[in-house]
Write a protein that binds this ligand. Structure first.
Ligand SMILES: *[C@@H]1O[C@H](CO)[C@@H](O)[C@H](O)[C@H]1NC(C)=O
Length: 499
């Protein structure tokens, strides 16, 4: 027992446990949770396990967490066992009385509030969702202008009202609640200046396009005065916020996922430290590329998006994206990149229209080669095992006429080294058999294809020369040299008899 406690105390404090969408916090990990998700609404429930209230309550809380996670709202739900002495300090700190008790912290705020609402799943969902709503408010038009000039890639959905009350205002808030995790929303109270600024005559919503993304056919601001109900507002915002070209980040990716059209991503160096450079690049881009992305909404076969290459560099490392203004065209379907290393600008900043033409043609005729993650290496073989990289898979596996043993691994997995050692012994055992080849592929650096791509690593596959796409996997978790040799013999012997 003492040894176990000792081991537990070695587990770093930030290693909190996650049960589905719920975080289980213990002692100081509460602090880490607060820090890590400070920008989101944090909800923490203190509970006494096995109490009858808790059983009913926890099911509602758990299912609410699951549902809310699906909606990708900026919030995190956690629970804390009130009977664990390690948590006593926090019970005091957050002034918790009866159980279960819920406290929450709005985004960016350190103050805590006690949740006093209904304890059914639907109530949790509605209430927590409401609490994530952050509506920016501009005191005057200067504050607004400043915001827009500092956010060249983000537009704004702005509600202009005479009073922050009334049916129109409520309907707007309702729509904002459902969309605020995708688009920035703000409200202003008009004393004459806002109606004048936007040349409108009544209360309504405006979509203000991101200034760097305004293409030649886009109006910088469009207004809607109807505000019928939240559904019609949501539709209108979704349709008009990104008219021709959008700004795309990993975070906003989810809001594009319903789209059937593939993405054409233009990867730019969007370093916020150099706004003038971004502006100049995008101006060049709009001037020359707008014939490609200006098709009517219904007729668009591709969604054109701009993205920061830094965000998408991971997975694209083998390709040199490091040039200053560098630009590359990629298309993405279900997370798969298809790409061409065409540049959009030459070294003098001149737009290379021919490259865009060639790329679009390639997309339309499906002739672009999918991108395969593949890290080249100078080492060809280690201890009798050849080194395979992602890009060589067709050539060296599918087209090979040998039987092959293929080891797929991640360097950091604790089973990798011991398994590799056994494999090397077995490779040595077969060193004189020239019909059998041993290969290994590092799954951290290379894409695994088809049947070779299994969620758990490491794996050993036997790929028969007749059927490379459907290999047999060695499944005994307790691997030994003898077992592996037996597996290979069993797999290959009947084939020898066939001859
Ligand atoms: C919202 O308004 C539209 C248009 O008037 C209508 O068709 C729709 O049924 C309304 N939806 C709700 C939920 O009231």
């Amino acid at each position: 027992m003492a040894a176990l406690l000792f081991l537990l105390s070695l587990i770093p404090a930030f290693a909190y446990i996650k049960e589905g969408e719920l975080y289980e916090l213990i002692g100081p990990s509460i602090e880490d949770f607060q820090k890590e998700f400070h920008g989101e609404l944090r909800v923490i429930c203190f509970y006494v396990p096995f109490s009858s209230e808790y059983t009913r309550f926890s099911s509602a809380y758990f299912h609410a967490a699951k549902e809310l996670a699906k909606q990708k709202l900026p919030l995190k739900l956690a629970k804390i066992d009130a009977t664990n002495p390690k948590n006593a300090e926090y019970i005091k700190k957050y002034d918790v009385g009866g159980y279960p008790a819920i406290v929450y912290f709005p985004a960016e705020i350190d103050e805590f509030y006690h949740y006093a609402g209904d304890r059914r799943k639907e109530a949790f969902i509605a209430s927590f969702k409401e609490k994530t709503l952050k509506l920016r408010e501009f005191a005057d038009t200067d504050a607004f202008d400043k915001y827009m000039s500092e956010n060249g890639l983000h537009g704004l959905v702005l509600g202009v009202f005479q009073e922050f009350s009334g049916t129109k205002y409520e309907v707007f808030r309702e729509a904002a609640k459902n969309l605020v995790h995708i688009y920035p929303f703000a409200i202003v109270k008009d004393k004459g200046e806002w109606f004048a600024k936007f040349d409108i005559s009544e209360e309504g919503i405006l979509i203000l396009r991101a200034q760097f993304l305004i293409g030649p056919k886009d109006r910088a601001a469009i207004a809607n005065h109807k505000l019928e109900n939240s559904t019609t507002i949501e539709e209108w915002v979704k349709h008009n916020y990104h008219p021709h070209i959008s700004y795309f980040t990993k975070e906003t990716k989810a809001s594009f996922d319903q789209s059937q059209a593939p993405f054409v991503m233009f990867l730019f160096n969007l370093d916020p430290a150099h706004p003038e450079e971004i502006k100049q690049n995008l101006l060049n881009f709009h001037e020359s590329a707008n014939p490609y992305y200006n098709a009517n909404f219904k007729d668009r076969r591709f969604l054109f998006v701009l993205a920061d290459k830094k965000e998408f560099n991971k997975g694209l490392e083998p390709i040199d994206l490091d040039k200053d203004k560098a630009i590359m065209l990629t298309v993405m379907r279900n997370d798969r990149f298809v790409l061409r290393e065409y540049e959009i600008f030459n070294d003098n900043g001149k737009f290379l229209k021919l490259n865009v033409d060639a790329y679009i043609k390639g997309l339309e005729t499906n002739s672009l080669i999918p991108y395969v993650k593949s890290e080249t290496t100078d080492v060809k073989s280690e201890n009798g095992i050849k080194i395979l990289v992602g890009g060589e898979f067709e050539d060296k596996v599918v087209n090979s006429e040998l039987n092959q043993i293929i080891f797929t691994y991640s360097k950091n997995d604790r089973l990798t080294q011991p398994t590799l050692q056994i494999l090397e012994d077995v490779a040595f055992h077969y060193k004189d058999d020239h019909t059998l080849e041993f290969l290994k592929i590092d799954a951290d650096l290379n894409e695994l294809k088809g049947e070779y791509n299994k969620p758990h690593l490491p794996n050993i596959f036997l790929a028969h020369k007749e059927n490379k796409r459907v290999p047999n996997r060695f499944v005994d978790a307790d691997i030994t040299k003898e077992k592996l040799i037996k597996f290979i013999e069993d797999e290959l012997t009947p084939k020898k008899e066939d001859l």
